[in-house]
Design a protein. Structure first.
Length: 192
């Protein structure tokens, strides 16, 4: 089931400074996280892209489509801006961070089925933190103006851009589904 011009965008370009190793290559249930993200998004998006730093591209299998970040030191916004720039005809990106190993098929389907193309984005609100989750989110091309304006103003928070634009918010995710794994302790405590 392909959605109207929707590409998947897995963000694997972070420095993983707290984890001390690349989070995209951590294994969950015997499978590297980048492979899990590919499988999760592949059935719902026309293509799945991997946003990464130049030195990481060779680490991914050659059949994976990589997009080298064209912005530096701005966090996940780099991947989103680069994807919109490199793929100017794509209507929207389903953006997923590599540190969300609890993300599942049900959540992906839920986000896609509640997508509103007349909004700037469709995202979950974390049930316990009551904050927008910017790294499991469908970004429509209409948000690009706001992203570029934030970038020019040196405001690199995707969450703030989502809060300040006409985004669709979903309140149905469970806390464990949006749980990040960012430290060695988080990784040791991972359980499905």
């Amino acid at each position: 089931m392909y959605t109207n011009m929707l590409y998947g965008l897995a963000l694997v370009g972070g420095l993983s400074s707290r984890m001390k190793k690349d989070k995209a290559w951590l294994h969950y249930d015997g499978i590297p996280q980048y492979q899990r993200l590919q499988a999760l998004l592949n059935g719902h998006c026309e293509k799945v892209l991997f946003s990464c730093r130049k030195e990481q591209c060779s680490l991914l299998p050659s059949n994976y489509i990589t997009v080298i970040d064209q912005y530096t030191n701005i966090g996940p916004m780099a991947g989103v801006l680069t994807a919109f720039k490199v793929y100017p005809k794509i209507k929207a990106f389903f953006v997923v961070a590599c540190d969300l190993p609890y993300l599942n098929e049900g959540l992906v389907k839920q986000l896609i089925s509640n997508r509103r193309e007349n909004k700037t984005a469709t995202c979950f609100v974390h049930p316990t933190k009551q904050q927008i989750e910017p790294l499991c989110c469908i970004y429509e091309r209409t948000i690009l103006v706001s992203l570029l304006q934030a970038y020019e103003n040196k405001q690199y928070s995707l969450k703030k851009v989502l809060e300040q634009t006409n985004s669709q918010h979903l309140y149905s995710a469970r806390a464990n589904e949006l749980k990040n794994v960012n430290t060695p302790k988080d990784y040791r405590n991972y359980s499905k």
